[in-house]
Design a protein. Structure first.
Length: 304
């Protein structure tokens, strides 16, 4: 059997999703022995800049006892004309068993997994997917509410360019969460609507009915010119600020995958609000990534 990879959330069945999250919760409660991945070489291959994800994976790898290899892709032979297949063959020959990869090209992680005889973890590929971010968001939601089924979550902003939104939609729907997507038509086409996924334009009408609101930043590095009439218009309609916080239920929570743009999708009032769970998300990311590595390399029992 070929080694398993995590390229998007739907590589896991709903039972496996819950099992990995259970494992992450257990790791958060009691750190495991540092030998779960003892002697397993793990390569961190980040073609895009990253703070939270790269650091979180490194800490996770340390805590499960992996042998960590990190290098800048610009110094690799890929920059000299070597193909992905050539690089994958070389890395496996050296002994690398797991590659954690981030790349600006959608589908790059799958292309790598197709030619690498080991485990590939997608740490974000273009606008396609970011599965471990979705998993840590799900962990944070369960931490707050103790359940998934019937929760109402709004994802607000630049859905079109957001790999975080795409993976969260997949994971949330698999676990019975009702998802509402909110944003302008240019950044949220109607074809995002699906079973259990609504598309809305009026943020103020949606806000009071949500258990959680996930704010997304404008993807300035990916956005096409002309998709927004103006940034002022966007912030007026879709910014979470002091006035809109008054419409949010007292028991609701605010999520943000980071990095955030102060004064654009949210204001400082939101970051200071007790309902904000940004720090909890970042904290949970380490345990989720430990659980993912354990699952892929060692296997995690699925509940009967």
């Amino acid at each position: 059997m070929a080694p398993r990879s995590l390229l998007d959330v739907d590589d896991l069945s709903p039972d496996e999703l819950v099992s990995v999250l259970d494992r992450a919760v257990a790791f958060r409660r009691d750190l495991p022995p540092r030998d779960l991945l003892a002697g397993v070489p793990v390569l961190n291959l980040f073609f895009e800049a990253s703070t939270r994800t790269a650091t979180s994976f490194t800490i996770a790898e340390q805590r499960v006892g992996a042998d960590i290899i990190t290098f800048a892709p610009g110094t690799s032979s890929l920059g000299k004309g070597e193909t992905i297949a050539d690089t994958a063959l070389t890395l496996r020959g050296i002994g690398v068993r797991v590659i954690v990869v981030r790349h600006h090209e959608s589908g790059f992680a799958r292309r790598l997994a197709d030619v690498f005889d080991g485990n590939v973890v997608n740490a974000g590929d273009g606008t396609h997917a970011h599965p471990t971010q979705a998993l840590l968001d799900l962990m944070t939601l369960r931490q707050e509410f103790g359940r998934f089924d019937g929760l109402r979550v709004a994802i607000v902003g630049d859905i079109l360019h957001s790999r975080v939104a795409r993976s969260n939609i997949v994971g949330m729907r698999a676990l019975g969460i009702d998802v509402t997507l909110v944003g302008p038509a240019t950044l949220l086409p109607h074809d995002f609507a699906a079973s259990g996924v609504r598309v809305e334009r009026d943020f103020d009408a949606v806000l009071p009915h949500m258990d959680a609101v996930m704010m997304l930043r404008i993807q300035r590095e990916r956005i096409e010119v002309g998709l927004l009439p103006s940034l002022d218009d966007y912030t007026q309609r879709y910014q979470l600020n002091r006035a809109r916080l008054r419409s949010l239920r007292s028991d609701a929570v605010i999520l943000h995958p980071g990095p955030y743009n102060r004064g654009v999708e949210l204001t400082d009032d939101v970051l200071d609000d007790p309902r904000s769970r940004y720090v909890a998300q970042v904290h949970n990311g380490v345990f989720v990534r430990m659980a993912v590595l354990d699952h892929l390399v060692n296997g995690v029992p699925v509940p009967a």
